[in-house]
Design a protein around this ligand. Structure first.
Ligand code: ZN
Ligand code: ZN
Length: 213
C-alpha cells in the first residue's frame, strides 16, 4: 500500500472475511466471475452501499468464519462445507448513514491509490491538515454556532498537529471525519496540492476573507 506512511494500518483490516451475499449472488446470476472488493476487508465497513445490507462473516450453513488469507477455497464458497455464500434476499436495513461516511472515505482512498503519481507523504498531508484546522477556526469565527459541529474535531486535529505530527493518522477516527466536516474528499486531499486544497476549502466552507470596514 502506498499510504503506509500516512495511515496507521494496525487493526484496520479484518482477520476473517466479510462479504455481501447479494453482491455474490448478483455476480453469479450475471455470469460474472466472483470477486471480493478490497472495501470488504476493512474492519470499519459493515454494510454494502450497493445493496444497503449488512456484510456477513459466517457461513449461513455451517457457521464457519472464513480466513482472510491462505485458504485454497473457491471465492464465494465456504472453505469448510463448500456451501455457496451468496444470497439474493438478505434483509435491507436502515441506519446505514453513519457507516456510509466510512465507506465513502475508505472507498475514495482505495480508488485514488493507483492514480497517485507519488506516494502521499506525511509532512505534506500535515500541511493540508493545518490548513483545514485554520479553515475551521475561520468558520467558527464567522459563525459561533458552528463550534457545536466542529469543536470536537478541531480539538483532535490540534492534538494531532501538535503532538503526533510524525505519526501516521487514524483513518476512521481522524482522517475520515475531518474530511467529512471540511467537505473535501480523501481523493482531493491526497491528490491536490496545498494551494488547490485551500481553494476547495475556502469555497466549500464559504470562508469570507473580506475585512470588515
Ligand atoms: Zn452488495
Ligand atoms: Zn460452511
Amino acid at each position: 500500500m502506498t499510504w503506509k506512511e500516512i495511515i496507521q494500518e494496525r487493526g484496520i483490516f479484518r482477520q476473517d472475511k466479510a462479504w455481501c451475499p447479494q453482491c455474490f449472488e448478483a455476480r453469479r446470476q450475471e455470469g460474472n466471475p466472483i470477486y471480493e472488493p478490497l472495501l470488504w476487508s476493512f474492519r470499519d465497513v459493515n454494510f454494502c452501499p450497493q445493496h444497503n445490507c449488512r456484510l456477513i462473516d459466517r457461513c449461513p450453513d455451517c457457521g464457519s468464519a472464513q480466513k482472510a488469507i491462505a485458504n485454497n477455497s473457491r471465492l464465494g464458497f465456504c472453505s469448510r462445507c463448500k456451501s455457496w455464500l451468496g444470497n439474493p434476499s438478505e434483509q435491507r436495513i436502515n441506519g446505514i448513514e453513519d457507516n456510509l461516511i466510512n465507506i465513502k472515505g475508505i472507498g475514495g482512498l482505495i480508488a485514488i491509490t493507483p492514480s497517485l503519481i507519488l506516494p502521499p507523504n506525511l509532512p505534506d498531508l500535515m500541511k493540508k491538515l493545518q490548513l483545514i484546522h485554520f479553515s475551521f477556526e475561520r468558520v467558527v469565527n464567522q459563525d459561533l454556532t458552528q463550534f457545536i459541529v466542529l469543536g470536537k474535531i478541531m480539538e483532535q486535529l490540534k492534538i494531532t498537529l501538535n503532538q503526533h505530527k510524525d505519526k501516521p493518522l487514524n483513518l476512521i477516527k481522524l482522517l475520515i471525519p475531518v474530511c467529512d466536516r471540511a467537505q473535501i474528499s480523501i481523493a482531493q486531499l491526497l491528490s491536490q496540492d496545498v494551494r488547490a486544497v485551500s481553494t476547495i476549502l475556502f469555497s466549500n466552507l464559504k470562508i469570507n476573507f473580506r475585512v470588515a470596514p
